[in-house]
Every structure is written in C-alpha cells, then in structure tokens.
Design a binder for this molecule. Structure first.
Ligand SMILES: *Cc1c(COP(=O)(O)O)cnc(C)c1O
Length: 396
C-alpha cells in the first residue's frame, strides 16, 4: 500500500528544465533573469503592480510590517487560529499580537471581534485566508478604512482563492505568499510580497536589499538597517515553471476537494468541509473536516487509524493563545477557536492524488469517526481526552 502524503509538490519536466538552465546559465549578468520573470509573472497573475520575491512568507511579512513602521508599543490584530509564522514577525518587530476569535464556517477572523479589539495602539489587522477559505474582506476592509488601519492579507494558503473577482492577496494594503514545499505553488522554500502601494513597495524593496535604496550610486551604502530575505534565481526558475502551470495546479486542488465532498457527502450531518461563499472562490489548499459538536469524534483515534492505513493526517492549527509563548497573549476569550480545533483534521491533498486515494481516506473516516451512527452507539461527550480509544474506534 503506497503512502498518501498530506501534500507534496508537482515537479515536472518544465521545472527541471528551468532549474537546470538556471544552474547552468543563471549567473553573472543573468543572475536575476528568473527572479525578474517570476516577480512580473506573479504580479500579473494577481493583477497587482508590485511584487518582491523573498526567501519565505515569514520574511515577506516581517519586511511588510517593518515598512509600515510597526514596532514597540503597537498592536496587531490576528485570528487566534493561525500558524505561528503569522504571529512571529509581529513579535520580531516588537509589537503585540492581539488574538481574536474566528467565524465558525470560514475559520477566519470574525470582523465583529476585530472591531471590538481595536484600541488607539492598533496598527494593523492581519487577515489569514485559512486553508484557502477567504476572509470576510468587505467587512475587514471597511473596518480598516473607518479606523485608518491597514489590512494585511496572509495569503500563504490562498493561491487560487478570490473575493468578488479579485485574487486573495491583492485586496489589502499588502499581501504575502509562501512557496514552501507544502504549498500549492512551490519553490522549495520561498515567498512573495505584493502590493498596489508604490511607496510601500519602494520601502520594502530598499529593506529587502539590506537597506540600500534603488537610486543609490555609492557601492555598499545602506541608508537604513534592512533585511536579507531574498529568493535565489534557482528557486525563481522553479517558480516560473510552477507559475506557467498555476491554473492546472489550482484546478487539481479544487478537483480533489470536490472528490472529498462527494465521498464524504453521506456524513454531512456529522462533519463540515471548507466553505466557499457565493462571492468567493476557494483555492482549497487543504481540505479540512470539522466534526459537529454532537458527533462522537476522537481526533487522536482518527489520526491513529490514518497512520495505520499509511495516510498522513494533520491536526488543525492550535489556538495561538494555548501555546504559552513569550510575546503571545495567554488565555483569551475565543470560544469558537477553542471549540473547533479538537474536532478538526486536515486531509491529504496533492497534485497526483486521484479518486482511489481520496476513497481510501474517506473510507477510514467513515469507518472510524461515525461509528456511533453506523452501529447505533449513543454519542458521547466530545473533547478533552487525548487518550487513544483504539478499541472503541474499532481498531485492533
Ligand atoms: C506556510 C504559512 C506561512 C509561512 O510560510 P513560510 O514560507 O514557511 O514562511 C505563513 N502563514 C501561513 C498561513 C502559512 O500557511
């Protein structure tokens, strides 16, 4: 039985050809060719004027926050459910992450909670499009506008997602993307900063070049302390190939999600999958099942069963407020975030996955998770236990 990875890149002949060309020829005068092409191509794909490639999404976010002048004493609002990479740059610039609750269907920022968390110190709102779901951008942009606060889009998981015809990442003051090996478009490691604000673009460009301004004629003359978060030409070569295939990469993510939706449709009274509201398109980076509160669901039992069947499962992100990290808020009142994470798992999705693999995953879910329905057991109270209920779940 071959292993089903939770994700893996789709690297074909084109990627190998471009990477080989960059390795053989992309030096000296040609050392920026693929970088320029990747940035221009990505900006065109997103329909924004400016894009700067970076070594990671985290680096792109760090520079963007710094370029907005966010620092010590400032507050930045983000969802309690987030990968740590979204919060870490806020801490790195010396600001305080303010964690607020999420909406139950998109798992993204609740605009009402965002507005309630605004103080005179609030300097930005970070909208993370979780697992491809699109944030309530109209409401968030309206709040930002009324309070004079920039809205930043963490679009690391949202290539292929859009809102009212605009691509995720192109709606806020700036957007950041990740090309980590697990993401829909990959360069191994890598990221992108995008914006429509020319002045902001110039500031990030200078910061990204160790503080050396574009027009500076003196060699090795920084005007400020900057950063070194650059993408290499070799990585950009792979990025160019992936970008040529982007429609195909996104279409397959969406097709895989539809296969899950069909395979799990009989369990629709037990679990919900990623939503796609009418005004949005979901890039479905990671299909995710959230089991309803009344369901007899044990996340650890399901993950153990996946493991036994050579299937990668992934836990939903923990509420950041649970992590007990210096720089992050401790307990906060985020009942939706705290109610969801234990009832949710990410399901495998990679380009070469087909019906057979999706069916294998769905079969384990049907067998393990909803046994209470299958064999008429009474639902038990959910949550809390991390003890593996292997016998209970019907495993050997
Ligand atoms: C992957 C990811 C990041 C971090 O991306 P890197 O390129 O690894 O820095 C940030 N935010 C979200 C939501 C992500 O999924």
């Amino acid at each position: 039985m071959s292993r089903i990875y939770y994700t893996k890149p789709s690297i074909g002949e084109l990627e190998v050809r471009y990477a080989t060309d960059a390795a053989a020829n992309g030096w000296g005068e040609r050392c920026y060719e693929y970088i320029d092409r990747f940035e221009k191509g990505f900006a065109a794909f997103l329909d924004v004027p400016y894009a700067i490639s970076t070594s990671s999404c985290t680096g792109a976010m760090h520079m963007g926050l710094a370029a907005l002048g966010i620092g010590s004493g400032d507050e930045v609002i983000l969802a309690d459910i987030n990968w740590i990479a979204t919060a870490a740059p806020i801490v790195h610039v010396g600001a305080t992450p303010v964690l607020v609750d999420i909406l139950a269907d998109t798992w993204c920022l609740d605009p009402v909670k965002v507005e309630a968390a605004i103080t005179p110190r609030t300097k930005a709102i970070v909208a993370t499009h979780l697992y491809g779901s699109v944030c309530a951008m109209d409401a968030l942009l309206d709040i930002g506008k009324r309070h004079g606060i920039p809205v930043i889009e963490d679009s690391a998981e949202a290539i292929g997602s859009s809102y009212r015809g605009k691509r995720a990442g192109a709606l806020g003051t700036f957007g950041v993307f990740s090309f980590h090996g697990t993401k829909t478009l990959t360069t191994g490691e890598g990221g992108m900063f995008v914006t429509s604000d020319r002045a902001l673009y110039e500031r990030v460009l200078t910061l990204s070049n160790h503080g050396r301004a574009r027009g500076e004629t003196r060699q090795f003359w920084p005007a400020s302390i900057g950063f070194k978060y650059k993408m290499s030409n070799l990585q950009a070569a792979i990025g160019c190939a992936q970008l040529e295939r982007i429609d195909e990469l996104i279409a397959q993510k969406r097709a895989i999600f539809q296969m899950y939706a069909k395979a799990l449709a009989p369990l629709s009274s037990h679990l919900s999958l990623n939503v796609e509201h009418p005004e949005t398109v979901n890039g479905y980076w990671m299909p995710t099942a959230v089991f309803h509160e009344h369901v007899n669901f044990d996340r650890d039992a399901l993950l153990a069963a996946f493991k036994q069947h050579e299937i990668d499962g992934r836990v939903f992100f923990w509420p950041l407020s649970m992590l007990d990290l210096e720089g992050l808020q401790g307990p906060v009142d985020t009942p939706v975030a705290h109610g969801i994470y234990r009832r949710a798992v990410n399901l495998p999705s990679y380009h070469d996955m087909g019906h057979a693999e999706v069916e294998r995953v769905a079969a384990v879910i049907r067998q393990v998770c909803c046994r209470s329905v299958n064999d008429g057991l009474q639902p038990r109270v959910t949550g809390g236990s991390s003890v593996l209920r292997t016998t209970r779940a019907g495993l050997p």
